[in-house]
Design a protein around this ligand. Sequence first.
Ligand code: TXA
Ligand code: MG
Length: 360
Amino acid sequence: MNTVVKKINIENICMDYINEAGNILNSGGLVAFPTETVYGLGGNALDKTAAKRIYQAKGRPSDNPLIVHISSPEELKDIVEYIPENAGKMMEAFWPGPLTLIFKKKDIIPYETTGGLDTVAVRMPNHEVALELIKAAKVPIAAPSANTSGRPSPTKAEHVIEDLSGKIDMIVDSGSVGIGIESTIVDVTSEIPMILRPGYITRGMIEKVIGKVCEDKVVSAKTLEDIGEKGYRPKAPGMKYKHYAPKAELTVFEGDIEKVIAAINEISKTERDKNHKVGIIATDETINRYEGDIIVSIGTRADESSIAKSLYDILRSFDSEDVDIILSESFYEDEFGCAIMNRMIKAAGYRIVKVGKDEI
Ligand code: TXA
Ligand code: MG
């Protein structure tokens, strides 16, 4: 299949391209498009064949449900059974934006879209190109992140091209996304809403609006043991799969920063002595402190959003550099930092080295 790439400038949106992309979606085709979090791979959420195509293009297990994207809150009532009061308050506070809510679905949403569940995940993205595209499609748009299943999510069109070129009809390129990690997911079908995936909208921000919320244990898990008994099924099925993983083994170091730097340098030296190519993820503050083959800054600790923005790009860049091992600092600055670390720890397959005061 020939995949067309269309550049759409967010400052000056070309409606011809939007309409072309909207028609593809409306007639069952697939279009990757930017949102404020990551690029999504869109298809008609009401069309089970389109949903199947999405799973196929991504190589995604079909029990992992898709998020449905709408262009205005009014469209919600057509696809969900009811809107709980807490959900209304959150929509008011955070939509359009990086917050996905889980509702009881109406029959119009096929089980192919929800991975067999009776619930549906919905969000209204805060990105003009995405909103115009959904409007032009005239249907709600199912869109998982536009990466091959298991790889880091795409934060620019080049990442989508890498993974999906030849497998989908069109890629809309509007440059780099603003946030860089996927939306917060909250299940509002239970009495006390539950965070299933952390993101830019933090627990603290949500509690200010609706009071108490709880969290699925995968949200803050740092080890496989934290997730608990073997076979525990996260409420968001996608959280059980290996994710965001670069090809090389990533290890995250946690603890006092001076000890972390020393530990990373020590392991870097051992690995390089074995002729292994070592990649190191540092920050602006520490980049000059390391010795390795490829040393990159992920951003500054003074601004966590800079770290979120470049996380997936950096993980992908190590793949093209063919490094053998990646060593990284950790970034638990505040609640958003915890969301960033949720992704990083999964990318590392839970390989975390705790560098204590008396160790190393
Ligand atoms: O920011 C985002 O949310 C991006 C952009 C493109 O909007 N999308 C995204 O989709 O991250 P995806 O498919 O990569 O992740 C969707 C997550 C999965 O972990 C899935 O299991 C969960 O949402 N999910 C979807 N529907 C659900 C449901 N009905 N119940 C529980 N979890 C659900
Ligand atoms: Mg994804």
